[in-house]
Design a protein around this ligand. Structure first.
Ligand SMILES: O=C(O)C1=C[C@@H](OP(=O)(O)O)[C@@H](O)[C@H](O)C1
Ligand SMILES: C=C(OP(=O)(O)O)C(=O)O
Length: 405
Protein backbone atom coordinates (compact mmCIF):
# COMPACT_ATOMS: atom_id res chain seq x y z
CA UNK A 1 0.00 0.00 0.00
CA UNK A 2 1.12 3.54 -0.71
CA UNK A 3 2.20 5.22 2.54
CA UNK A 4 4.04 8.32 3.73
CA UNK A 5 6.41 7.82 6.68
CA UNK A 6 6.80 10.90 8.87
CA UNK A 7 9.65 10.58 11.40
CA UNK A 8 9.32 12.33 14.75
CA UNK A 9 10.36 15.96 14.11
CA UNK A 10 9.75 18.23 17.13
CA UNK A 11 11.58 21.25 15.73
CA UNK A 12 10.65 22.70 12.36
CA UNK A 13 12.74 24.69 9.91
CA UNK A 14 11.81 28.32 9.59
CA UNK A 15 10.64 28.45 5.97
CA UNK A 16 8.20 30.14 3.60
CA UNK A 17 5.35 27.90 2.38
CA UNK A 18 3.98 28.76 -1.09
CA UNK A 19 0.44 27.57 -0.34
CA UNK A 20 -1.91 26.20 -3.00
CA UNK A 21 -4.58 28.62 -4.26
CA UNK A 22 -8.15 28.26 -2.99
CA UNK A 23 -10.21 25.66 -4.86
CA UNK A 24 -13.42 27.32 -3.68
CA UNK A 25 -12.47 30.66 -5.25
CA UNK A 26 -11.01 28.95 -8.34
CA UNK A 27 -14.12 26.86 -9.04
CA UNK A 28 -16.40 29.89 -8.68
CA UNK A 29 -14.16 31.98 -10.96
CA UNK A 30 -14.23 29.21 -13.59
CA UNK A 31 -18.04 28.87 -13.60
CA UNK A 32 -18.60 32.63 -13.62
CA UNK A 33 -16.08 33.05 -16.41
CA UNK A 34 -17.65 30.22 -18.43
CA UNK A 35 -21.09 31.88 -18.13
CA UNK A 36 -19.55 35.16 -19.38
CA UNK A 37 -18.01 33.42 -22.42
CA UNK A 38 -14.53 33.29 -20.84
CA UNK A 39 -13.90 37.00 -21.12
CA UNK A 40 -11.79 37.40 -17.98
CA UNK A 41 -8.25 36.37 -17.11
CA UNK A 42 -8.05 34.34 -13.89
CA UNK A 43 -4.63 34.37 -12.23
CA UNK A 44 -3.24 31.89 -9.69
CA UNK A 45 -5.85 29.22 -10.46
CA UNK A 46 -5.56 26.27 -8.08
CA UNK A 47 -3.72 23.08 -9.01
CA UNK A 48 -6.16 21.19 -6.81
CA UNK A 49 -7.63 18.16 -8.59
CA UNK A 50 -11.13 19.57 -7.94
CA UNK A 51 -10.24 22.71 -9.91
CA UNK A 52 -8.33 20.94 -12.67
CA UNK A 53 -11.35 18.64 -13.08
CA UNK A 54 -13.66 21.66 -13.33
CA UNK A 55 -11.38 23.25 -15.93
CA UNK A 56 -11.27 20.06 -18.02
CA UNK A 57 -15.01 19.39 -17.84
CA UNK A 58 -16.01 22.96 -18.70
CA UNK A 59 -14.34 22.61 -22.09
CA UNK A 60 -15.39 18.98 -22.66
CA UNK A 61 -17.60 18.12 -25.63
CA UNK A 62 -18.47 14.74 -24.08
CA UNK A 63 -21.99 14.05 -22.87
CA UNK A 64 -20.88 12.28 -19.70
CA UNK A 65 -18.84 14.36 -17.28
CA UNK A 66 -17.10 12.61 -14.37
CA UNK A 67 -16.41 15.03 -11.51
CA UNK A 68 -14.51 12.34 -9.52
CA UNK A 69 -14.87 13.31 -5.82
CA UNK A 70 -15.26 17.09 -6.19
CA UNK A 71 -18.39 18.38 -4.43
CA UNK A 72 -18.29 21.95 -5.77
CA UNK A 73 -17.57 20.67 -9.29
CA UNK A 74 -20.61 18.36 -9.14
CA UNK A 75 -23.00 20.93 -7.69
CA UNK A 76 -21.82 23.95 -9.72
CA UNK A 77 -21.77 21.99 -13.02
CA UNK A 78 -25.26 20.60 -12.37
CA UNK A 79 -26.71 24.11 -12.25
CA UNK A 80 -24.47 25.37 -15.08
CA UNK A 81 -25.66 22.51 -17.34
CA UNK A 82 -29.19 23.94 -17.53
CA UNK A 83 -27.69 26.96 -19.34
CA UNK A 84 -26.04 24.76 -21.98
CA UNK A 85 -27.09 23.57 -25.40
CA UNK A 86 -26.60 19.80 -25.00
CA UNK A 87 -27.94 17.37 -22.40
CA UNK A 88 -25.22 16.33 -19.94
CA UNK A 89 -24.80 13.34 -17.65
CA UNK A 90 -22.95 14.13 -14.45
CA UNK A 91 -21.37 11.35 -12.45
CA UNK A 92 -18.58 10.85 -9.92
CA UNK A 93 -16.84 8.41 -7.59
CA UNK A 94 -18.73 5.85 -5.52
CA UNK A 95 -18.68 8.31 -2.62
CA UNK A 96 -19.94 11.15 -4.83
CA UNK A 97 -22.86 8.90 -5.72
CA UNK A 98 -23.72 8.84 -2.00
CA UNK A 99 -23.52 12.62 -1.51
CA UNK A 100 -26.96 14.29 -1.81
CA UNK A 101 -27.97 16.54 -4.71
CA UNK A 102 -31.76 16.28 -4.41
CA UNK A 103 -32.30 19.80 -3.00
CA UNK A 104 -30.42 21.42 -5.90
CA UNK A 105 -32.02 19.20 -8.55
CA UNK A 106 -35.50 19.94 -7.15
CA UNK A 107 -34.84 23.70 -7.36
CA UNK A 108 -33.59 23.41 -10.94
CA UNK A 109 -36.70 21.38 -11.84
CA UNK A 110 -38.90 24.10 -10.33
CA UNK A 111 -37.16 26.57 -12.64
CA UNK A 112 -38.24 24.33 -15.53
CA UNK A 113 -35.18 22.12 -16.13
CA UNK A 114 -35.58 18.44 -16.94
CA UNK A 115 -33.43 16.28 -14.66
CA UNK A 116 -33.46 12.51 -14.35
CA UNK A 117 -31.68 10.37 -11.78
CA UNK A 118 -29.92 7.49 -13.51
CA UNK A 119 -29.36 5.38 -10.45
CA UNK A 120 -30.65 6.22 -6.99
CA UNK A 121 -33.29 8.96 -6.57
CA UNK A 122 -31.69 12.08 -5.07
CA UNK A 123 -28.08 11.16 -5.86
CA UNK A 124 -25.69 11.34 -8.85
CA UNK A 125 -25.42 10.23 -11.59
CA UNK A 126 -28.04 12.47 -13.20
CA UNK A 127 -29.00 13.61 -16.68
CA UNK A 128 -29.68 17.31 -17.14
CA UNK A 129 -31.36 18.88 -20.15
CA UNK A 130 -30.89 22.57 -20.98
CA UNK A 131 -33.61 24.92 -19.72
CA UNK A 132 -36.10 25.75 -22.50
CA UNK A 133 -38.51 27.96 -20.61
CA UNK A 134 -38.10 29.47 -17.10
CA UNK A 135 -41.27 28.61 -15.19
CA UNK A 136 -40.64 30.78 -12.11
CA UNK A 137 -38.09 33.16 -10.64
CA UNK A 138 -39.02 32.47 -7.00
CA UNK A 139 -37.44 29.55 -5.19
CA UNK A 140 -37.25 28.51 -1.58
CA UNK A 141 -34.39 26.25 -0.46
CA UNK A 142 -33.19 24.61 2.78
CA UNK A 143 -29.94 26.11 3.99
CA UNK A 144 -28.75 23.36 6.31
CA UNK A 145 -27.60 20.54 4.01
CA UNK A 146 -24.99 22.13 1.73
CA UNK A 147 -24.37 25.78 0.86
CA UNK A 148 -23.01 24.54 -2.46
CA UNK A 149 -26.61 24.10 -3.72
CA UNK A 150 -27.25 27.77 -2.97
CA UNK A 151 -23.97 28.97 -4.51
CA UNK A 152 -24.70 26.91 -7.64
CA UNK A 153 -28.12 28.56 -8.10
CA UNK A 154 -26.79 32.05 -7.36
CA UNK A 155 -24.02 31.86 -9.96
CA UNK A 156 -26.42 30.93 -12.81
CA UNK A 157 -29.12 33.40 -11.62
CA UNK A 158 -28.01 36.47 -13.65
CA UNK A 159 -28.07 34.35 -16.83
CA UNK A 160 -31.68 33.21 -16.27
CA UNK A 161 -34.20 35.13 -18.42
CA UNK A 162 -36.19 36.21 -15.33
CA UNK A 163 -33.36 36.27 -12.76
CA UNK A 164 -33.92 34.70 -9.35
CA UNK A 165 -35.32 35.43 -5.94
CA UNK A 166 -34.00 32.75 -3.58
CA UNK A 167 -35.44 32.34 -0.10
CA UNK A 168 -33.17 30.48 2.34
CA UNK A 169 -35.17 28.40 4.80
CA UNK A 170 -34.11 27.37 8.31
CA UNK A 171 -30.56 27.20 9.61
CA UNK A 172 -27.88 28.19 7.12
CA UNK A 173 -24.66 26.14 7.20
CA UNK A 174 -21.39 27.27 5.59
CA UNK A 175 -22.78 30.82 5.30
CA UNK A 176 -19.40 32.47 4.44
CA UNK A 177 -19.26 30.31 1.28
CA UNK A 178 -22.57 31.88 0.14
CA UNK A 179 -21.16 35.33 0.88
CA UNK A 180 -17.98 34.40 -1.06
CA UNK A 181 -20.18 33.51 -4.06
CA UNK A 182 -22.00 36.86 -3.95
CA UNK A 183 -18.73 38.78 -3.39
CA UNK A 184 -17.11 37.09 -6.38
CA UNK A 185 -20.20 37.71 -8.54
CA UNK A 186 -19.89 41.40 -7.61
CA UNK A 187 -16.19 41.39 -8.54
CA UNK A 188 -17.27 40.12 -11.97
CA UNK A 189 -19.85 42.93 -12.30
CA UNK A 190 -23.09 41.30 -11.04
CA UNK A 191 -25.17 42.97 -8.32
CA UNK A 192 -27.30 41.12 -5.78
CA UNK A 193 -29.36 42.01 -2.77
CA UNK A 194 -29.44 39.82 0.37
CA UNK A 195 -32.13 41.07 2.76
CA UNK A 196 -33.21 38.91 5.69
CA UNK A 197 -33.50 35.42 4.20
CA UNK A 198 -33.94 36.33 0.56
CA UNK A 199 -31.30 36.88 -2.10
CA UNK A 200 -32.47 38.72 -5.24
CA UNK A 201 -30.56 38.71 -8.51
CA UNK A 202 -31.89 40.45 -11.63
CA UNK A 203 -30.99 39.23 -15.14
CA UNK A 204 -27.60 40.78 -15.99
CA UNK A 205 -24.23 39.90 -17.54
CA UNK A 206 -20.88 39.08 -15.98
CA UNK A 207 -18.25 41.47 -17.32
CA UNK A 208 -14.56 41.28 -18.18
CA UNK A 209 -12.50 41.69 -15.00
CA UNK A 210 -9.08 40.40 -13.96
CA UNK A 211 -9.23 38.04 -10.95
CA UNK A 212 -6.38 36.87 -8.74
CA UNK A 213 -7.19 33.78 -6.62
CA UNK A 214 -5.98 34.02 -3.02
CA UNK A 215 -4.07 31.20 -1.32
CA UNK A 216 -6.25 28.63 0.42
CA UNK A 217 -7.09 29.36 4.06
CA UNK A 218 -8.33 25.77 4.59
CA UNK A 219 -4.90 24.51 3.45
CA UNK A 220 -3.27 27.14 5.69
CA UNK A 221 -4.94 25.58 8.73
CA UNK A 222 -2.58 22.54 8.68
CA UNK A 223 0.46 24.83 9.01
CA UNK A 224 -1.17 26.46 12.00
CA UNK A 225 -1.41 22.95 13.48
CA UNK A 226 2.29 22.28 12.81
CA UNK A 227 3.21 25.49 14.66
CA UNK A 228 0.74 24.79 17.50
CA UNK A 229 2.15 21.28 18.08
CA UNK A 230 5.91 21.69 17.44
CA UNK A 231 8.49 22.55 20.12
CA UNK A 232 10.01 25.21 17.89
CA UNK A 233 8.47 26.66 14.74
CA UNK A 234 8.11 29.85 12.78
CA UNK A 235 6.49 29.54 9.37
CA UNK A 236 5.48 32.11 6.78
CA UNK A 237 2.48 31.26 4.59
CA UNK A 238 2.59 33.08 1.27
CA UNK A 239 -0.31 34.61 -0.64
CA UNK A 240 -2.78 35.06 2.23
CA UNK A 241 -4.51 38.37 2.91
CA UNK A 242 -5.93 39.79 6.14
CA UNK A 243 -9.10 40.72 4.27
CA UNK A 244 -10.21 37.47 2.64
CA UNK A 245 -13.31 36.22 0.85
CA UNK A 246 -12.76 32.84 2.53
CA UNK A 247 -14.53 32.07 5.80
CA UNK A 248 -11.74 29.69 6.84
CA UNK A 249 -9.70 32.76 7.79
CA UNK A 250 -11.49 31.95 11.10
CA UNK A 251 -8.43 29.75 11.77
CA UNK A 252 -6.51 32.92 12.77
CA UNK A 253 -8.88 33.51 15.70
CA UNK A 254 -9.14 29.85 16.68
CA UNK A 255 -5.39 29.24 16.64
CA UNK A 256 -4.72 32.39 18.62
CA UNK A 257 -6.42 30.46 21.45
CA UNK A 258 -4.60 27.22 20.60
CA UNK A 259 -1.11 28.77 20.70
CA UNK A 260 -0.35 30.41 17.34
CA UNK A 261 0.04 34.12 16.71
CA UNK A 262 -0.50 35.49 13.17
CA UNK A 263 1.32 38.57 11.87
CA UNK A 264 0.19 39.78 8.46
CA UNK A 265 2.80 41.08 6.03
CA UNK A 266 2.45 42.31 2.44
CA UNK A 267 3.00 38.88 0.89
CA UNK A 268 1.52 36.56 3.51
CA UNK A 269 1.22 35.74 7.20
CA UNK A 270 3.89 34.74 9.74
CA UNK A 271 2.95 32.09 12.34
CA UNK A 272 4.71 32.00 15.71
CA UNK A 273 4.16 30.10 18.92
CA UNK A 274 2.41 31.72 21.91
CA UNK A 275 0.91 30.21 25.10
CA UNK A 276 -2.41 28.44 24.57
CA UNK A 277 -5.69 28.37 26.51
CA UNK A 278 -6.84 25.27 28.39
CA UNK A 279 -10.33 25.23 26.85
CA UNK A 280 -11.98 26.00 23.53
CA UNK A 281 -15.63 26.18 22.60
CA UNK A 282 -16.37 26.69 18.92
CA UNK A 283 -19.27 26.49 16.45
CA UNK A 284 -18.04 25.12 13.11
CA UNK A 285 -21.26 25.83 11.15
CA UNK A 286 -19.50 28.63 9.25
CA UNK A 287 -16.23 26.75 8.67
CA UNK A 288 -16.84 22.96 8.66
CA UNK A 289 -13.55 22.23 6.85
CA UNK A 290 -11.60 23.40 9.94
CA UNK A 291 -13.20 20.91 12.33
CA UNK A 292 -10.70 18.08 11.77
CA UNK A 293 -7.71 20.42 12.13
CA UNK A 294 -8.98 21.75 15.45
CA UNK A 295 -10.05 18.37 16.88
CA UNK A 296 -6.55 16.95 16.29
CA UNK A 297 -4.70 19.94 17.76
CA UNK A 298 -6.91 20.06 20.87
CA UNK A 299 -6.62 16.30 21.37
CA UNK A 300 -2.84 16.23 21.05
CA UNK A 301 -2.32 19.33 23.23
CA UNK A 302 -4.84 18.11 25.82
CA UNK A 303 -7.01 21.22 25.41
CA UNK A 304 -10.59 20.55 26.47
CA UNK A 305 -12.65 21.28 23.36
CA UNK A 306 -16.42 21.64 22.90
CA UNK A 307 -17.55 21.62 19.28
CA UNK A 308 -20.91 22.36 17.64
CA UNK A 309 -22.01 22.79 14.01
CA UNK A 310 -20.54 19.45 12.89
CA UNK A 311 -23.72 18.13 11.19
CA UNK A 312 -22.49 18.54 7.59
CA UNK A 313 -19.30 16.55 8.30
CA UNK A 314 -21.16 13.28 7.79
CA UNK A 315 -21.84 13.95 4.08
CA UNK A 316 -18.42 15.17 2.95
CA UNK A 317 -15.58 13.12 1.35
CA UNK A 318 -16.22 10.52 4.04
CA UNK A 319 -18.26 10.49 7.25
CA UNK A 320 -15.72 12.75 8.95
CA UNK A 321 -17.14 12.22 12.45
CA UNK A 322 -16.75 8.46 12.16
CA UNK A 323 -13.27 8.79 10.61
CA UNK A 324 -12.08 11.26 13.26
CA UNK A 325 -13.37 9.11 16.11
CA UNK A 326 -11.55 6.05 14.79
CA UNK A 327 -8.20 7.71 14.15
CA UNK A 328 -8.16 9.90 17.29
CA UNK A 329 -8.77 6.77 19.38
CA UNK A 330 -5.34 5.47 18.27
CA UNK A 331 -3.87 8.39 20.24
CA UNK A 332 -6.14 7.86 23.30
CA UNK A 333 -8.29 10.83 22.29
CA UNK A 334 -12.09 10.60 22.45
CA UNK A 335 -14.53 12.54 20.28
CA UNK A 336 -17.93 12.14 21.89
CA UNK A 337 -21.41 13.58 21.32
CA UNK A 338 -22.34 14.54 24.88
CA UNK A 339 -25.72 16.05 23.99
CA UNK A 340 -27.41 16.20 20.59
CA UNK A 341 -25.21 18.46 18.44
CA UNK A 342 -22.58 19.02 21.18
CA UNK A 343 -19.27 17.25 20.75
CA UNK A 344 -16.33 17.06 23.13
CA UNK A 345 -12.69 16.19 22.57
CA UNK A 346 -11.23 14.52 25.67
CA UNK A 347 -7.65 13.41 25.70
CA UNK A 348 -5.33 11.06 27.54
CA UNK A 349 -2.66 11.47 24.87
CA UNK A 350 0.98 10.92 25.83
CA UNK A 351 3.74 11.30 23.23
CA UNK A 352 5.71 8.12 22.52
CA UNK A 353 8.12 6.70 19.96
CA UNK A 354 5.53 4.15 18.83
CA UNK A 355 4.79 4.47 15.10
CA UNK A 356 1.06 4.93 14.55
CA UNK A 357 -0.52 4.39 11.12
CA UNK A 358 -3.38 6.66 10.07
CA UNK A 359 -6.16 5.67 7.67
CA UNK A 360 -7.40 8.52 5.46
CA UNK A 361 -10.77 7.25 4.12
CA UNK A 362 -10.38 8.97 0.69
CA UNK A 363 -10.44 12.28 2.57
CA UNK A 364 -7.65 14.79 1.94
CA UNK A 365 -8.44 16.56 5.21
CA UNK A 366 -7.90 13.37 7.27
CA UNK A 367 -4.35 13.12 5.87
CA UNK A 368 -3.49 16.78 6.34
CA UNK A 369 -5.13 17.22 9.76
CA UNK A 370 -3.21 14.24 11.22
CA UNK A 371 0.19 14.94 9.59
CA UNK A 372 1.25 17.57 12.18
CA UNK A 373 1.25 14.84 14.88
CA UNK A 374 4.72 14.02 13.50
CA UNK A 375 5.98 16.84 15.73
CA UNK A 376 5.09 14.61 18.76
CA UNK A 377 5.79 11.08 17.53
CA UNK A 378 6.51 9.12 14.33
CA UNK A 379 3.45 8.41 12.17
CA UNK A 380 2.56 6.78 8.86
CA UNK A 381 -0.16 8.18 6.59
CA UNK A 382 -1.98 5.69 4.35
CA UNK A 383 -2.84 6.71 0.78
CA UNK A 384 -1.02 10.07 1.03
CA UNK A 385 -1.91 11.10 -2.55
CA UNK A 386 -5.44 11.73 -1.26
CA UNK A 387 -4.21 15.32 -0.62
CA UNK A 388 -4.29 15.99 -4.39
CA UNK A 389 -7.96 16.89 -4.13
CA UNK A 390 -7.13 20.31 -2.69
CA UNK A 391 -3.36 20.56 -2.07
CA UNK A 392 -1.13 18.48 -4.39
CA UNK A 393 2.12 20.04 -3.07
CA UNK A 394 1.36 19.29 0.59
CA UNK A 395 3.93 16.52 1.17
CA UNK A 396 6.64 18.42 -0.68
CA UNK A 397 6.00 21.31 1.72
CA UNK A 398 6.05 18.95 4.73
CA UNK A 399 9.46 17.65 3.62
CA UNK A 400 10.64 21.26 3.40
CA UNK A 401 9.90 22.06 7.09
CA UNK A 402 11.18 18.79 8.55
CA UNK A 403 14.29 19.03 10.67
CA UNK A 404 15.44 15.62 11.97
CA UNK A 405 15.74 15.51 15.79
O1 LIG B 1 -18.70 26.27 -1.62
C1 LIG B 1 -17.60 25.78 -1.34
O2 LIG B 1 -16.57 26.08 -1.98
C2 LIG B 1 -17.51 24.83 -0.22
C3 LIG B 1 -18.53 24.78 0.72
C4 LIG B 1 -18.50 23.88 1.89
O3 LIG B 1 -19.37 22.80 1.66
P1 LIG B 1 -20.88 22.75 2.27
O4 LIG B 1 -21.60 23.95 1.81
O5 LIG B 1 -21.43 21.50 1.66
O6 LIG B 1 -20.74 22.70 3.75
C5 LIG B 1 -17.09 23.33 2.14
O7 LIG B 1 -17.16 22.27 3.07
C6 LIG B 1 -16.44 22.86 0.86
O8 LIG B 1 -15.15 22.38 1.10
C7 LIG B 1 -16.31 23.98 -0.12
C1 LIG C 1 -15.95 19.15 1.62
C2 LIG C 1 -14.96 19.46 0.78
O1 LIG C 1 -15.06 19.56 -0.58
P1 LIG C 1 -16.28 19.26 -1.55
O2 LIG C 1 -17.56 19.30 -0.78
O3 LIG C 1 -16.21 20.36 -2.58
O4 LIG C 1 -16.01 17.90 -2.16
C3 LIG C 1 -13.62 19.77 1.32
O5 LIG C 1 -12.74 20.19 0.54
O6 LIG C 1 -13.37 19.59 2.52
Amino acid sequence: MDTKKLPHSPKLKSVDIPLEASKSESNRALIINAISGNRSVIRNLSNARDTQTMLRLLSSEETTLDVLDAGTTMRFLTAYSILGEQPKILTGTERMQQRPIHILAKSLKQLGAKIKYLNEEGFPPLRIKPLEHQKTNRLSIRGDVSSQFISALLMIAPALPQGLSLELKGKIGSRPYIQMTLDMMRLFGVQSNWTNNTIEIAPQSYGEYPYMVESDWSGASYWYSFVALADEAKIKLLGLRQKSLQGDIAIVRIMNQLGVMSTFEDDGVVLEKIPHQEELEFDFSDCPDLAQTVAVVCGIKGIHCRMTGLESLRIKETDRIKALKKELKKFKIKLKEVEEGFWEVKSKYQPSEEIIAIETYDDHRMAMAFAPIMTRQPIIIHNPSVVNKSYPGFWEHVDKIRLEK
